[in-house]
Design a protein. Structure first.
Length: 242
């Protein structure tokens, strides 16, 4: 389980597979202003669009590389339908075209996180949507005891697209749960779906609390009268039996 002192006055958002900043915009609407944003995106087009939108802020750190578990170069295979969207380092990913690729830089993300984010005391929100790369990164971060520095984790799972067995997927989900992360292992763990689910859950809880408090207030105000009526009814029923 995670145990650390957190400075509630600041938050850090770390976005792996940032694309053009769509998750950054969504996270800022939900969590408010971040003290820092670290966005990993290997493709030039999305990088340029993010730089135009967020580059004027000193809080924004654009890393023009893919997140991995070692420093290297690699081929990224482009998405079948969308090109930049759903690109993957995994050849054979069913969403990608193996003949369409570009060479990119890969950065050892656990080491980057350890040096840039882990020593900090702000609340850290980590989101991964990296088309299968989430498994190696999260396993290494668990092995290096880095998960305790993360407060909120969102993951887009791609085990079925990269040939990973469901049991291997479930093993990692169970391991992450033991570290205190409330994960389903399904699409509910994706950023947009998780925030939507949490909003619905909160609305249901508020509605229940409203009606519960209303019922308590009604009973408190009218209990004497209700009990008088019940006693009168009992009296009438008893007299009718005689």
């Amino acid at each position: 389980m995670k145990s650390r002192t957190v400075n509630d006055n600041g938050k850090i958002f770390v976005d792996l597979g940032a694309y053009d900043g769509d998750s950054i915009r969504l996270a800022q609407r939900h969590f408010g202003r971040f003290a820092e944003i670290h966005a990993f995106e290997p493709l030039p087009g999305p990088q340029q669009r993010m730089a135009r939108e967020f580059g004027g802020s000193k809080r924004f750190h654009l890393v023009g590389a893919a997140a991995g578990v070692e420093n290297s170069t690699a081929r990224i295979f482009l998405g079948n339908q969308y090109g930049e969207i759903a690109s993957s380092l995994f050849k054979g990913n069913r969403q990608c075209c193996d003949s369409e690729f570009v060479d990119i830089k890969v950065i050892d993300f656990p080491e980057y996180f350890k040096s840039k984010c882990s020593p900090r005391r702000e609340k850290i929100v980590l989101k991964l949507n990296i088309e299968g790369g989430e498994y190696d990164i999260l396993k290494v971060m668990a092995d290096r005891n880095l998960l305790q520095s993360i407060d909120i984790l969102f993951v887009d799972w791609h085990w079925s697209l990269i040939g990973l067995t469901e049991e291997s997927h479930r093993d990692l989900v169970r391991r992450l749960r033991r570290h205190g992360f409330r994960l389903s292992g399904t699409k509910l763990d994706e950023l947009s779906n998780a925030l939507k689910y949490n909003a619905i859950s909160l609305a249901v809880r508020k509605t229940f609390a409203f009606h519960y408090q209303g019922a308590r207030l009604f009973l408190r105000n009218h209990a004497p009268a209700i009990f008088r009526i019940l006693r009168r009814m009992k009296s009438i029923l008893c007299s009718g039996k005689q």
